[in-house]
Design a protein around this ligand. Structure first.
Ligand code: ME8
Length: 517
């Protein structure tokens, strides 16, 4: 199989600022993309999954200065932490882009020239508020004052007054075009609640956007004017084009993957992706991405996550404590994707011990142990199926379409909930069919029941690979399912009777609190 019979699929994460260490929020966004990328590959798509780091701008320059090292050395170090995170979380990204790479500078400068040639960039001067933390401009009316009387942006970031010569992008020319885009293609921005926010923002009126800075140096130079560097968001957004070979629009990757199928972002940066980015692309006459989805934010035990409170969650620490696939499952299942959600130790343990150890872990362990002990370690033969057998087999067979439609809407929690409904049904079926009793009364029927269960486990394990790749690999190995028969096309090819299975071993251990912890 070539893996491309369903066409191509290009998915991107935001590129992360290198001013800080990676935290759970970064891991969350990239995980959601990883799950989709893996799902699409198994569903026969040729996938490009991109992540990387955003290395220019005032915020990064200041962080480098504070660390007492030059920005390039600083960005090399911090970017590596993000690359390490992709390893630690078993992310399957096909590329890792850094905005300090030459391929990217070339793409940015080219896009700038195109925008300028088409008359959408002009030189003026900017006087207004700027929040370095957000790398964003704000109008006076958007600001409030904090307890110290300092002006702050709606995000809570402090702002400073900036006055300097600046190039502007004619964003105001795109108000109607953007509104038409949201109207004509309701799936362009998700979830719907966020789409409405974007529409009201644009309806509120768009002012031309300052797209260059002169008061610091760490950025991509504006072509033809060395005094200016490009606004970090114009630079950063362009990464999605750089990675497919832009400005070479005849490049194979560009041809196969642009426009992107999905830009996944956190709710904090939706405006940049759903307003500025399509406007830049329309101005340059380039095709628009198909969808932008904004997920919510995590809190920690009910509290906003912040460095000053000191409650930042390190994904590596979570993985060490609970296990990688447990953390991956928790993040995708616990919170309706798109909504804000809370991390708590209790919720983590409850998913780990309930959904994983008790439900799927126990199902696989007891079924495979019975096959191993009572069927000479081989997948049993089956007789005619009863209504109860068919009901279980039909419910597992319906999951592929259900997951596909939920995952296409980024409703990971719903898809997983549906899988767990089938897992519960399978556990109930074990209790009702009681194969341990059949062992004494009707060996042939026992074989059929265990066959139905093993087949159910096979399909569930194939479908859950995108979320828990390592654990599902172990489960499928225990069924002795050949490694090249684990894609979604293979769902329809039932288990072969007579195949020897491995000695079953628990895949999902229970979390046991240490004494005195
Ligand atoms: O904004 N919960 O980079 P960034 C969930 N460089 N997700 C969170 C989170 C939380 N508490 N905190 C952060 C930038 N995130 C720009 C992007 S793209 C062209 C440029 C996630 O390092 C979320 O995805 O500030 C958010 O959008 C991203 O981290 C911001 O990362």
């Amino acid at each position: 199989m070539t893996g491309s019979e369903n066409g191509s699929y290009y998915i991107t994460t935001p590129i992360y600022y290198v001013n800080d260490k990676p935290h759970i929020g970064h891991a969350y966004t990239t995980l959601a993309c990883d799950v989709l990328a893996r799902f699409k590959r198994l569903d026969g798509y040729d996938v490009k999954f991109l992540t990387g780091t955003d290395e220019h701008g005032q915020k990064v320059e200041t962080s480098a200065e504070k660390s007492g090292i030059d920005p390039q050395t600083f960005t090399d170090q911090v970017s590596q932490n993000f690359r390490d995170l992709t390893q630690a979380c078993n992310f399957s990204n096909d590329d890792f882009i850094r905005t300090t790479e030459d391929r990217h500078k070339k793409a940015c400068q080219n896009l700038w020239r195109v925008l300028e040639d088409k008359g959408f960039i002009y030189l003026g001067s900017y006087a207004g508020w700027y929040a370095v933390r957000d790398e964003a401009f704000y109008t006076e009316t958007e600001l409030t004052k904090n307890a110290d009387g300092k002006r702050i942006a709606p995000t809570g970031a402090e702002v400073e007054w900036v006055e300097e010569p600046s190039y502007f992008f004619k964003l105001s020319a795109f108000e109607d075009k953007l509104l038409a885009l949201y109207e004509n293609d309701p799936s362009f921005v998700g979830p719907d609640s966020r789409r409405n926010e974007v529409i009201s923002f644009v309806k509120g009126g768009l002012r031309d956007l300052s797209v260059s800075r002169t008061t610091f140096k760490w950025g991509v130079q504006v072509p033809g004017n060395n005094d200016h560097i490009m606004y970090v968001w114009l630079d950063a957004l362009t990464n999605y084009l750089t990675a497919v070979g832009y400005p070479d629009e005849s490049a194979t990757e560009y041809q196969s993957f642009w426009p992107a199928d999905l830009h996944m972002v956190g709710k904090d940066i939706l405006r940049f992706h759903a307003v500025y980015w399509p406007a830049f692309l329309m101005a340059a006459d380039l095709p628009l991405p198909k969808r932008i989805f904004a997920h919510g934010w995590w809190t920690n035990e009910g509290q906003k996550i912040s460095k000053s409170i000191g409650n930042v969650i390190d994904p590596n620490a979570l993985i060490e404590e609970y296990g990688l696939d447990q953390v991956r499952y928790f993040m995708m299942r616990e919170v309706p994707f798109g909504k804000d959600g809370d991390y708590s130790k209790q919720a983590m343990i409850s998913r780990m011990n309930g959904d994983l150890a008790n439900d799927i872990g126990n199902l696989a362990q007891r079924v495979l142990s019975m096959v191993f002990k009572n069927c000479e370690g081989k997948i049993p033969e089956h007789g005619d199926f009863t209504d109860a057998d068919r009901e279980l087999l039909d419910s597992v067979a319906a999951l592929h379409d259900k997951l596909r439609s939920d995952f296409d809407k980024q409703s990971f929690h719903r898809g997983l909930e549906a899988v767990w409904n089938v897992i519960s049904a399978a556990n109930k079926y074990v209790d009702e069919q009681a194969p341990w009793t059949l062992k004494k009364t009707d060996l042939a029927r026992m074989g059929t029941v265990l066959y139905v269960l093993a087949e159910t486990i096979r399909q569930i394990a194939i479908l859950l690979q995108p979320v828990m790749p390592e654990s599902m690999e172990k489960m499928l190995n225990q069924l002795s399912l050949p490694a090249d028969t684990r894609t979604f096309v293979d769902l329809k090819t039932p288990l072969k009777s007579g195949v020897e299975i491995e000695k079953p071993q628990g895949v999902f251990p229970r979390y046991v609190e240490e004494e005195g912890a």
